[in-house]
Design a protein around this ligand. Structure first.
Ligand code: AMP
Length: 115
């Protein structure tokens, strides 16, 4: 996906603050952080979302990176939330599979429908 913004980040074409990178995954700081810690973890390969026939090994690499990033960001002990917005009702805006890792302060409890 040549014009996908996260593919471009993965290729190093758009500047970002990289937190973690390996052959398959890159994690970088969200440009509009919602929490003191707000890092995005993506597979370098393009998948639109978690339902886009993502191979289980890719999912494994992404979720393994979640643990690594949590440790690098210092929230491994205090706790964090991971979110993968998927599709319209979840308000997914970038259509390249990504996991938000949020932490560094107490998160709200609620997860119900918007008003
Ligand atoms: P979502 O609404 O789950 O699709 O989240 C997309 C996220 O990508 C948002 O939190 C944006 O702030 C973030 N984002 C968009 N463009 C960039 C970028 N160039 N660098 C870092 N984060 C970005």
């Amino acid at each position: 996906m040549s014009d996908c913004i996260f593919c471009r980040i993965a290729r190093g074409e758009i500047p970002t603050t990289v937190v973690y990178e390996d052959d398959d995954v890159i994690a970088f700081e969200d440009v509009n952080p919602q929490m003191p810690v707000h890092t995005l973890i993506i597979p370098k390969q393009h998948y639109a979302h978690i339902g886009d026939d993502v191979p289980s090994e890719v999912l494994g690499k992404v979720f393994s990176a979640v643990k690594t990033v949590a440790a690098l960001k210092g929230v491994e002990q205090t706790g964090y939330r991971i979110i993968a917005n998927t599709g319209k009702d979840a308000c997914q805006t970038v259509h390249h599979l990504h996991v938000h890792l949020l932490g560094g302060a107490r998160l709200p409890l609620g997860m119900g429908p918007a008003d």
